[in-house]
Design a protein around this ligand. Sequence first.
Ligand code: ADP
Ligand code: MG
Length: 701
Amino acid sequence: MNQSVLDTPIAYLKGVGPQRAEILKKEIAVFSYRDLLSYYPFRYIDRTQFYKIKDVNADLPYIQILVRLRSLEVIGEKRTKRLVAQAIDDTGEIELVWFQGITWVQKNLALNQVYIIFGKVTFFNGKAQMAHPEIEVYNKNALNRGNLKLQPVYSSTEKLKQYSLDAKGIQKITANALDVCLQDIEEVLPLYITQKYKLLARAKAIYNIHFPANADDLRAAQNTLKFEELFLIQFRMLKSKMIRTQKFKGNVFENVGDKFNYFYEHLLPFSLTNAQKRVIKEIRMDTQKGIQMNRLVQGDVGSGKTVVALMTMLLAVDNGYQACLMAPTEILATQHYHSLKELLKDEFVSIALLTGSSKTKQRRIIAEDLESGKLSILIGTHALIEDPVKFKNLGFAVIDEQHRFGVEQRAKLWRKNVIPPHILVMTATPIPRTLAMTLYGDLDVSMIDELPAGRKPIETRHLYESQRLRMFGFMKQEIAKGRQIYIVYPLIQESAKLDLKNLMDGVDTMSREFPLPEYRISIVHGQLKAKEKEFEMQRFVKGETQIMVATTVIEVGVNVPNASVMIIENAERFGLSQLHQLRGRVGRGAEQSYCILMSGDKLSKDGRVRLETMVKSNDGFEIAEIDLQLRGPGNIEGKQQSGVMELKLADLTTDQNILAEARKTVIEIFETDPDLAKPENQVLKAILLKSETGIMLNKIS
Ligand code: ADP
Ligand code: MG
């Protein structure tokens, strides 16, 4: 291999040396010139102009202002202690504030001196303010030398700063690196692609992302590098999918046999929706091909995914294979077990439940029956993929509410059989299309986009704390009609104690308002033992209690059709997708169902939007899109586990178009040149061989 200058160890770079090299490695994983060049600025200061104080507003990015210091004083005590400076130009006044490093700043600033301040302007009591501005003595010569551009700002750390590698220091060494290796930066994308999408040459893009001459250059550079980033993710993902489908044989489910047919004709208590039929058919097609299936089924809460799981598991059983269904919580696994047993009536299929709290003896029996093949369907939590669990021949695995299972765990399942089982992932947390492409781009997707007939849309109301009495009145009215009610309290992991107290206070209030013997209340929360939880759940399921007070443990999957009211306390503390999940616990029977969102009287802007969205929409996909807009993709559940989301530049909320183009391009390449044999695609082939995917695939081939 010819070594590129870009791979030179960072210690050799002018301005670095061995000591700083160590720190760069440890703090920001920069080992080589190449790494440094892909350590992009996180923002830019517009040094092309000075703003006048009268013209500033809170919407501006980081800007610079030329000011004179008029006063400087420390105010406040201890925790409120801060350094405040009044600064002026010929149009107005701005306040500068420091909460940290006060002594140092104070020592280094002089009254009546002229400074350039950089930062983001905020307004406080109608006054312009800049907190922790960067500050520089005004010096005409310095300005000329810096020739007024967009100045890159890099994130730094305390350690780096100790070694003079603050934002400015990083900027300096980056400039040094560009000096010596700009001409060595190789193209990553084939020329025909960069031309088609009017992208910059890579060297130019890298230069301009660090030192753009103006906003247009910056935008072009970002566009190029975002495209590259998203392209490479899609490229690796689709390639590994291709290889997987070529290399891994799949079990063939040839027959639709007795059990499937018997269930369909005699036991199924309703007729399937068209969407359910279609998805079952898609799965049947997949499992006949001799290729291992990896399919994601998305369906809004209540769309009837469980029965799809059951029928496709029966398909596996009919073909002589075992199947398993994995759920994220014990409650949910247990509930699945009971509802499947109920659907299957006289146990013409053997089915068992395995969770963390299964007894040793029971475990042993399950283990034996699994190995001998006596047991056909195993339901459980992740206990099910723990190593000792051995199947005779696992052919089909269903994973419910997948966002709680990581890629790791999926892989564990694969290893449960010589020929990896077909995998069906079911999720009710609708993932916006773009995100699904990125997160699950290697899965095939089925949609259950239809609710069973006769469902009435859930009516959602938002009530303030001051309207609590109305809520009680409404609850009594519904209970009198024979309905059951959930009341959910938020759960914040950091403070389980406080949450429990919250819940218990709630229970107290409820018990006073809904006294025995007329009313009965179930309580379920995370601190209960599995047995107790199960007991409380069952009382509610059987209709022995009318009210279920719970934390979010009931969020996913729980199914009690007679429960028609969902009350969510402190609803403003929940995320949108969680609210939608919770609401999905009702509206499962024939009755009109209601969701009541209780909130404090004061709401943040985001909180208000979330609650308004819930009142307005019942559509999980629409809600997920709004959620994505509000929170940004960084917070979407499942992201952390995906392992493919360390996006450096691209932002899935704003760069959906680039993602779509990148994906389309990748698909075209694989369609026209699946083996990457064409000369123009050799760059891509090289990337693949170097990548982890390549290494992984070489190992298994
Ligand atoms: P989810 O997709 O949220 O997991 P479930 O599978 O729990 O939904 O189904 C919700 C409820 O709808 C269950 O009570 C189930 O028995 C019922 N159900 C499922 N499919 C149909 C159908 N085609 N017609 C009527 N009811 C159905
Ligand atoms: Mg479900």
